[in-house]
Write a protein that binds this ligand. Sequence first.
Ligand SMILES: [Zn+2]
Length: 589
Amino acid sequence: MYIPEEKIAQILNTSDIVDIISQNVILKKSGSNFFGLCPFHSEKTPSFSVNINKQIYYCFGCGAGGNVLNFLKRYHGITFPEAAKMLARKHNITIETKEIDPAKRKQLKLKESLFRLNKTTMEYYYSQLKNSNSGKIAARYLKQRKISDDIINEFHLGFSHDSWDSVVKEFKKLKVSEGVAAQSGLVLERKQNNGYYDRFRNRIMFPIFDINMQVAGFGGRVMDDAMPKYMNSPETLVYSKSRILYGLHAAKQFCRQEDFVYIVEGYFDFLSLYQHGIKNCVASLGTALTHEHIRILKGYASKMILVFDSDAAGISAAKRSIKIFMREGVDIKILVLPEKSDPDSYVVEHGQKAFNALALKAKTIMQFLLQVSIDTHGSSVEGRIKILNDMKPYLITIQDTALRSLYIKELAETLNIDENAVLEKVREQYLHTQESISKPYLFDGTKDEVRLDSDRREEQMISMVLNFPEIIDKINKTGVLEYFYSKKLKFIGKKIIGIDSDKKAFITNVMATMENSEDQQLIASLSMDDSFMDQDIQQTALSLINRIIRVRKKEENTLTSKIISAEKGCDSELMELLKEKQAEIQQLQ
Ligand SMILES: [Zn+2]
């Protein structure tokens, strides 16, 4: 369903965010904000704030933020239209759906068709498992893997025939259009361009549900040693690997209850844990965990335990995921299972209690990394120096200084090295990193993130315009947004200055035009910055604008002179890089 923008505005204007949130969170007034314990992360002192004038919430602890609709969506695990309907009902506002532009409608229709087709196909695979002759082999396989009928039914497991055209025939029977069939990823076009063939053949089928219980895609596993062992649907209009976690649709309520979630890798790991009563669990399906995955999970649980096999592949997968978790500031622990077991086999063999007991021994990130490093380098003098070098980059990413010094102490003790020496090494690493942060034109793969950190001015600019929309004119006239490093802030800035809105409800209206919750969160966080409240705002704005433009231009000059000296030094590689950089900057102006 599509809800017209005016309706959303009406709903937002009628609701009071303090009124709504206080039904779920105990709020106390303090200054111009209300404070309470954050429902999205666990804490003992309130850092969750609600601002009645700006009609937004923001958590200084975990960064959750947005307007009232975003709160309801996140708190109840519902969709945006559902949240809107919920509020509309409360205020007796009737929502009639509206005509939308043809392109958008076409896409919505296609999405609906894909969801419908996926559901039909899920039922087909399911019935083949239950009723067909060859399905019996698959049923036997599942039994052998100790998967119960209840689980087969709840998660709608199925079976795809060892045939090139079972699904193709099924689609023909149902008169599915070729366009929809091709976009579903369930069938593939033949090379000679004469029709289609089934993607999934002779596999156990796992439908993958999105958070709204719609079938977004499928995974298929062979029942013998054939390769590839697992196969998933390709990315489609309704299936995005970086956003979907297997099992979350069923696990979400349990994750909330327990306030923590196990993250495992495979279908069978998930299903076995769930079957054994460990229902606060999701599976990443072998794809690397993304920031989006983690942000989604943060809405359901504040603590997470990554569960990995003890083999080399498991360890390196765990190491890859760690940095993402650290950057997202999540309270994560790592559970490496005893040798030769995976979550599935472990829980089947030892049961729920043993698994939970084992989970209590999960390691913190530092403990885990240290163990891996010790296992790799040994404890000779050289080994210990190598271990220290391994740990340095991780230590400096810890924001909490108290926690960091604890780890440094622990590391010093474990390695039997003087604590001050460890500290000195970490400081060196820190300075080294700071240097590259303060020179954004150095070449760094993560330049956007680095710039986002380093360039507070751009954030300040956006904070200012959110709180004082009367400076929009100045922003327009100077074109300062064009000088922004951060693509994200530039994009948001442009959106903001393009909004035709009543200045009084400006933040509310800006928030309503932000499509994804990540943007809403950013807006909420920037709106909370009141630091320039008491200044002459036009004057402050102007000097900020000038500073942003000056810094950018100066960098361009620095680059030019660097290119000249690189040319003189015949460093052609450096020159190339510098020129690329220069082109990028010039393009912006
Ligand atoms: Zn929070």
